[in-house]
Ligand binder design. Structure first.
Ligand code: FES
Length: 233
């Protein structure tokens, strides 16, 4: 997809994300049902940057989260990018259902778990000849914040993406007692520390706990490390 004009997130060497351009930064909480399944996104308060460009913490240790306060220098943060620049589709596994396809790049998993309800999307794709299941399948896949999962129309071979306005979500995951990644929505361009752009995608999650093994992207490590940003809702 085409990048949002005038908006970029630049990874800085062993430092924060530099955000150039105007974009809402908003708390986004994973909403769950009575069975603790992820079923909706709950938008929360917005954060107002006090500069342009502005800087979002990538090391997980700022005292002014989600913004950087230079703590990364004191802790000698190693923010080495390991993700590489392969396009999503070249890394993806393909599952084929009767009316829809599912592509999956597991290493991008941000552990938000919208894939799990109703028997999991990897099974649901097989039942997409049922209009109801197809609709629910597309909804659950589209709620995957990292874009690990993409639903495609089998006939047109086109992706079925949710309409997302440009936003940076600051993810909270109360069901797991942790805070999550930065959720880039709507085609925000990400540039690596050498100035090379990553593929522009509708849904991208960036590590903000400092522990991902797939930097700058989230790999779900915030759950196993128990990362908490302690931001008041
Ligand atoms: S990246 Fe600067 S304080 Fe975390």
């Amino acid at each position: 997809m085409k990048p949002v004009p005038g908006l970029q997130v630049k990874v800085t060497l062993n430092g924060p994300y530099e955000v150039v351009g105007v974009v809402p930064v908003r708390m986004e909480t994973i909403g769950t049902n009575l069975h603790s399944e992820s079923v909706k996104w709950i938008p929360g308060k917005t954060f107002t940057p006090n500069s342009q460009p502005f800087y979002l913490c990538r090391c997980g240790h700022s005292n002014k989260k989600p913004f950087c306060d230079d703590t990364h220098k004191k802790i000698n943060f190693d923010g080495t990018e390991t993700a590489g620049h392969t396009d999503y589709i070249d890394d993806a596994e393909l599952l084929e259902g009767p009316t829809a396809l599912l592509t999956d790049v597991q290493k991008l998993c941000a552990f938000a778990r919208y894939c799990d309800p109703n028997g999991q999307v990897w099974s649901m794709v097989n039942d997409t000849d049922s209009p109801r299941t197809r609709e629910q399948f597309i909804k659950q896949v589209g709620e995957c914040p990292s874009g690990r999962l993409v639903a495609w129309d089998r006939e047109t071979k086109k992706p079925i993406e949710p309409l997302l306005s440009p936003e940076i979500g600051v993810v909270e995951d109360p069901a797991k007692g942790s805070s999550g990644p930065l959720w880039l929505q709507g085609g925000i361009e990400v540039i690596d520390a050498d100035g090379v752009p990553y593929e522009v995608r509708n849904r991208v999650t960036l590590c903000r706990c400092g522990a991902s093994n797939n930097k700058p992207f989230c790999d779900g490590s915030h759950v196993s490390t128990g990362f908490k940003d302690n931001i008041q809702p």
